[in-house]
Design a protein around this ligand. Structure first.
Ligand code: IMO
Ligand code: MG
Length: 424
């Protein structure tokens, strides 16, 4: 029985959905702590594809409660749509299948409008335009509106009025117009009624499960390299994507966490602007994009592809206290003659073992590559020796074990060498 945190160690899209889906077989609660509808986790079960945006990847398992924690920003329109879709397919059958934190903040039309208007101007960082940054800005400015407010019409109207007063001048300055308070109130109170059965004290529910010694899985969205404090600022998301963020987001003490695991792809991708030293702008990058279907599941944007940056992974391992990693999408790299790993950086005559995060340092730093033999197509229940060698090399370079290897979207295309919920 254990409390396990899983985080992406790159720039998001590491294949967390699949890995978390596997782990949910043993979990009682699957919890998200930060971010919002900027996440897009793809799950393939029995050949059928599901994409989750706000709801954790535990949604397909019976008996699992999915929790949207206090640290998230929740777009009620997206959430209601997601609930309806999953319900229609036979999931979220019981009220306890889903808990939405009453203290989580809302993403409202104001935030979507600001995100969109800013991204249309020069200097945009290539956000997902889901209103994430502006929602967290309102929260920090203490003008935010919360999930619990949706259930109290008078309070909701007053909060939307205050939010509009705060944001309207800025929206006008950006060339837009603020949404109407009356329209937002009417539409969102109706959405609130649909959410009412799920709204609760997420922090307490998770705490009680931890005390009962249920298996609890915290599912990270985004990746550690996109962390607001520790990533390549300003090319980051607006929340804490490190494992520590899980404790803050749910109000669960660090003493309650048993294990922290990471998920990495065998190569790397990044969506949106920002430094990416191992990026491949030629044939190989194109091949990885095509074979790996590296197009955003939220926005459809082509993802930038590159070699795995072990120096960045090391940084993520340190920032999140990761004890073991899962390596995904090894099938995508099959057929390449040689594959590469960035094992460090050279900067000003020094060798760095971690990726530097300062933008100027990163621009000046030169990645150091190591080349390994490629492997043929992966099939069946084992992987070719060269792929196994790659996995071993990543483990040796990062100094932590690889606890799962995955070479396809299906539940069967995986080797799990260690049960993360077991006591050892
Ligand atoms: P999952 O959970 C990949 C990136 C955006 C942009 C930056 C800021 O699927 O791994 P935001 O909309 O958050 O303000 O955008 O962060 N980004 C992601 N990239 N996967 C994600 O989530 C992402 N969530 C945000 O592309 O560069
Ligand atoms: Mg994604």
């Amino acid at each position: 029985m254990a409390v396990v945190i899983v985080v992406g160690v790159q720039w998001g899209d590491e294949g967390k959905g699949k890995i978390v889906d596997l782990l949910t077989e043993k979990a009682r609660l699957v919890v998200r702590w930060a971010g919002g509808a900027n996440a897009g986790h793809t799950l393939v079960v029995d050949g059928k594809k599901y994409v989750t945006r706000l709801i954790p990847s535990g949604v397909l398992r019976e008996g699992v409660t999915c929790v949207l924690g206090e640290g998230m920003v929740i777009d009620p329109a997206v959430l209601v749509d997601e609930i309806r879709t999953f319900k229609a397919q036979g999931f979220i059958a019981a009220g306890r299948d889903l808990v939405v934190a009453e203290r989580a903040h809302l993403t409202l039309p104001h935030h979507l409008e600001i995100d969109r208007l800013r991204e249309e101007r020069p200097g945009g960082i290539g956000t997902t335009k889901k209103g994430i940054g502006p929602s967290y800005e309102s929260k920090a400015a203490r003008v935010g509106v919360r999930v619990g407010d949706l259930l109290r019409p008078d309070r909701f109207r007053a909060r939307v009025e205050a939010l509009t007063t705060a944001l309207a001048p800025y929206i006008r300055e950006l060339g837009g117009s603020a949404p109407s308070v009356a329209e937002v109130t009417k539409k969102y109170l109706a959405l609130g009624e649909e959410l009412r059965p799920f709204v609760g004290d997420a922090s307490r529910i998770v705490h009680d499960a931890v005390v009962r010694r249920d298996n609890v899985l915290f599912e990270g969205a985004q990746g550690v390299m996109l962390d607001i404090d520790h990533g390549t600022y300003p090319f980051v998301t607006s929340s804490s994507t490190t494992a520590g963020g899980a404790c803050a987001g749910l109000g669960i003490g660090p003493t309650k966490i048993d294990r922290v695991l990471g998920v990495a792809k065998g190569y790397a991708t990044r969506v949106g602007a920002g430094p990416f030293p191992t990026e491949l702008n030629e044939e190989v990058g194109e091949l990885l994009r095509k074979r790996g279907n590296e197009f955003g599941s939220v926005t459809g944007r082509p993802r930038r592809c590159g070699w795995m940056d072990v120096a960045a992974v090391r940084l993520a391992i340190r920032l999140s206290g990761i004890e073991a990693i899962a390596l995904t999408k090894l099938d995508v790299m099959a057929g390449l003659d040689r594959v590469r790993l960035c094992v460090g950086y050279r900067l000003g005559g020094k060798t760095l073992d971690e990726m530097p995060v300062d933008l100027d340092d990163l621009a000046a730093a030169e990645p150091i590559f190591e080349e390994l033999p490629g492997w043929p197509e992966l099939a069946g229940s084992s992987i070719p020796p060269a792929a196994a060698g790659f996995v071993e090399r990543v483990s040796a370079l990062t100094g932590i074990p690889v606890w799962a290897t995955s070479w396809g979207a299906g539940r069967l295309q995986t080797i799990v060498t260690q049960d993360p919920f077991s006591a050892s």
